[in-house]
Each structure stands twice: as structure tokens, then as C-alpha cells.
Ligand binder design. Structure first.
Ligand code: CAA
Length: 390
């Protein structure tokens, strides 16, 4: 029996109003900037203005998809985040008035650290396999926040990636093979009472590498491709150097010689956007895919590997093939524009933004207009978040 091809039909990316330069951060922290540029592979990070959150960037990522494809047959909206705005209500519901989501779509929020977007993609593929006439909007949106003056601080960032998942996709067909590794580990977590993540940095780096190797082993056990068959490897990128470390570890664990030039050829184009956007948790892997497609010559028919890692932890190794004609569907100019139009953030304002807490007294709090992006958080009143289009 041949099954209907399912995968990514459209992909759109948005980020925040501000960007902080790692040169500025290094100078103020008294650190050699090469630790950031070369050591962790980051140049800048996106930072949210006071009137931005994961809802505003998710709306900005998803709107171009609805503008292009309409809402017909979108029966499910899955928003994955680990920096959500409510413990009960799904963030996707705030998108209804902002971008005109259909009332006939189920809306759910997914969480498992940085892995949530991949869960969304796989759940979407399952729903579409059951009824190929349906389409699913998957949105991965996160604002990564660590305490100031900690090793995690230079690995902050923010982005949202929205994907329309459908039968007969225009960009990437998902292959049925998948390898999974999950285990209870405290490498990175955020208790309900904290706004910044807790992390055991070195443990997390080792856990990521082990989980990658285990997920790969499971992928092969389930009939997946050989490592030599992939044109590129899209990794989750908490910082871009992590992808290179994990790939070297994976190759060596399989007895391959990990030549730096070979690793660079397989990964470099997946890291161009993340290098300047920073960690976007659930969105990071899919920003890596956007970066690869936007910066590489024709990939038609090529197999791509995807390695998703969410601390705590769940990892998945899966694969897909690039579809004929995909380049006509890319949003390369818009993606580059989203990055280029960020406003340089000065260090003092960055610290103020970082330390400002959401009001929790239930009174009316107007939020001054700061972002230049299409959607903003206008006020918090009676413990309700009030959004508006600009
Ligand atoms: N020039 C060039 N390189 C330099 C340098 C210099 N002047 N100074 C240091 N470096 C290099 C170091 O040699 C090191 O390279 P290697 O890793 O190849 O050895 C690199 O820069 C980083 O230096 P340190 O290890 O000393 O850095 P650190 O301890 O201050 O911070 C970190 C590293 C612990 C990973 C920290 O960034 C962190 O806590 N990050 C958050 C957690 C994280 O991102 N974990 C990743 C896996 S978990 C995950 O993926 C989920 C998620 O999204 C969070």
C-alpha cells in the first residue's frame, strides 16, 4: 500500500524587534569576544521588547502562511513553546483575533523543552495520514532567557517558525523512519515560579550528545538511511557550536573519521540564521532548516537529517526529502529581512528588559509601544493579556 506523502508545505520565520551584539556583551562582561564568536559560535541574539512575547512572534510567523494559503481545512493548530504566557490557556488561542484562525480548528499547546516543535510536526503528520484533506498549522515559538552574568546568558535568543503541514507538501516530505531516545535527566528545566531557565551546562552538552547517538541508533534500527546518504544535517542549535560538537560525536561513535571540512559542508548552511538569532528553543531546529534552504543551491530530491533535542530529555532523529520546485515556495527575502531589520539594543536597556517582571496585581497596565513588528502586547488588565495589531 502506498501512503500519501506528508510534510512541510510552507515555512515562515519571525523574530523580535531587538538584537544584542555579542561583541557588546563580551565587552561588558570582560570576556574575550572570540569565546562567543568562535567558542560557542554566536554573533548576536534576538531580544524581545517589553511589548513582545511568544504570542506576538508566533502571530508574525504564522500570518504570512495564512495570507498565502488561506485557512480552509486547517483543522488543528499546534503551538510548541517552553516560554508560554499562561499555565492553562493555549497560546495559540490568542492568535484567533490577531491573524484570523478558523474556529473549526482544535488549538493545543505542546511542551517538552526544545523538542516540542518536533512533537507538533510528528503529531501533524499522523493527523494528516488519517485524513489527507486536512492541514495542520504547527508553530514553534520561544524566547530563551537565562540569568544575567551566567554561562547561559550568551546563549539566549528568540524566534518563531510556523509550518503548514499537509499532504503532497511543496517543500519537504517527511520520511516514515524515526528514532527516539527519552530519559529523565535534570540538565535544563524551569520551575513554574521562575522566568529564567535553570541549567547544568556541562551535563546538558553531554546529555545532548548521548541522546543524539541513541536516537540515531533507534532510527537505524527502524530502517532509516545510512549516515552517508544525507546532503545535510539540521540539528537543534542552543548555540551553533553545539551542532558541530554533536555531529562530530555522532560520526566518531559510528567509526567515521570526522574531518572538519566534511562536518562544515554538512552543517554550515544550517547555522547561518541561528548564529545571529541565538537559541530559539523549539524553533531552533526549523530555523536551521530555513537557513539551509535559503543558503544552499538546488537540493531537490536530497535527503536531509533532523536531530531534535529537548532537555529533560527527549531526542528524535528523523529524515525528509526536498521536493521538486521547493525554491519557488521559500521566503528567503522575508527571512533575511526579519533578521536585518532588528534594532541594535544597548546593554543598559537590555539589562532593564531582562529584569522587568510582568505585573501580577491584576490592575490595568498599559505597555508603551516599543516593537516595530506587526503584533504587540498592548496591556495587561485583570490578569488578562491584551494584544493588538500594529
Ligand atoms: N577563543 C576561542 N574559544 C574560546 C575562548 C576564546 N577566547 N574562550 C573559550 N573558548 C571556547 C572553549 O574552549 C569552549 O570550547 P569547547 O566547548 O570546544 O571546549 C567554548 O568556548 C565554551 O567555553 P566554556 O566551556 O568555558 O563556556 P562556559 O562554561 O562559559 O559555557 C555552556 C558553555 C555551559 C554550554 C553555556 O553556554 C551554557 O550553560 N549554555 C546553556 C545550556 C546549553 O545551551 N546547553 C546545550 C545542550 S542542552 C540543549 O540543547 C537544550 C537547550 O536548548 C538549552
Amino acid at each position: 500500500m502506498t501512503s500519501t506523502p506528508v510534510g512541510i508545505h510552507d515555512l515562515s520565520f519571525a523574530t523580535t524587534h531587538y538584537a544584542l551584539d555579542h561583541g557588546v556583551l563580551a565587552e561588558r562582561l570582560g570576556v574575550d569576544p572570540d569565546k562567543f564568536y568562535l567558542g560557542i559560535g554566536q554573533e548576536m541574539m534576538s531580544v524581545a521588547a517589553a511589548d513582545e512575547d511568544i504570542v506576538t512572534i508566533a502571530a508574525a510567523a504564522a500570518k504570512p502562511i495564512l495570507d498565502r494559503h488561506g485557512v480552509d481545512n486547517i483543522r488543528t493548530v499546534l503551538l510548541a513553546t517552553e516560554s508560554g504566557v499562561d499555565q492553562s490557556k493555549a497560546a495559540g488561542l490568542y492568535l484567533h483575533p490577531l491573524i484570523g484562525l478558523p474556529n473549526t480548528a482544535r488549538v493545543v499547546e505542546l511542551k517538552q523543552a526544545c523538542y516540542g516543535g518536533t512533537a507538533g510536526l510528528q503529531f501533524a503528520a499522523g493527523l494528516i495520514a488519517r485524513d489527507p484533506s486536512q492541514r495542520v498549522l504547527v508553530i514553534a515559538a520561544d524566547i530563551a532567557k537565562y540569568e544575567l552574568d551566567t554561562p547561559g546568558e550568551p546563549t539566549q535568543g528568540a524566534a518563531a517558525v510556523a509550518m503548514l503541514v499537509s499532504a503532497n507538501p511543496a517543500i519537504l516530505e517527511l520520511e516514515p523512519h524515526s528514532g527516539i531516545y527519552s530519559a529523565d535527566i535534570m540538565d535544563f528545566w524551569r520551575p513554574n515560579y521562575r522566568t529564567a531557565a535553570m541549567v547544568d551546562g556541562k551535563t546538558s552538552v553531554n546529555a545532548y550528545q548521548k541522546a543524539t547517538q541513541e536516537a540515531w541508533t533507534d532510527y537505524r534500527r527502524n530502517g532509516g538511511r545510512d549516515l552517508t546518504e544525507f546532503a545535510a544535517f539540521c540539528y537543534h542549535q542552543p548555540f551553533t557550536k553545539m551542532a558541530f560538537k554533536a555531529h562530530r560525536h555522532l560520526l566518531e561513535s559510528q567509526g567515521h573519521t570526522a574531518e572538519p571540512a566534511e562536518i562544515d559542508a554538512a552543517l554550515h548552511n544550517t547555522t547561518i540564521y541561528n548564529r545571529t538569532v541565538g537559541n530559539s528553543y523549539t524553533a531552533s531546529l526549523y530555523l536551521g532548516l530555513a537557513s539551509l534552504l535559503d543558503h544552499t543551491g538546488d537540493l531537490t530530491g536530497q535527503a536531509l537529517a533532523f536531530i531534535s533535542y529537548g532537555s529533560g530529555s527527549v531526542a528524535e532523529f528523523f529524515s525528509g526529502t526536498v521536493q521538486p520546485g521547493y525554491r519557488e515556495h521559500l521566503r528567503t527575502e522575508e527571512n533575511r529581512d526579519a533578521i536585518a531589520t532588528r534594532v541594535a539594543l544597548d546593554y543598559d536597556r537590555y539589562r532593564v528588559l531582562h529584569e522587568t517582571e510582568s505585573p501580577s496585581d491584576g490592575m490595568y497596565h498599559a505597555i508603551p509601544e516599543e516593537t516595530g513588528r506587526p503584533f504587540r502586547l498592548a496591556a495587561i488588565s485583570g490578569h488578562k493579556r491584551i494584544y493588538e495589531s500594529r
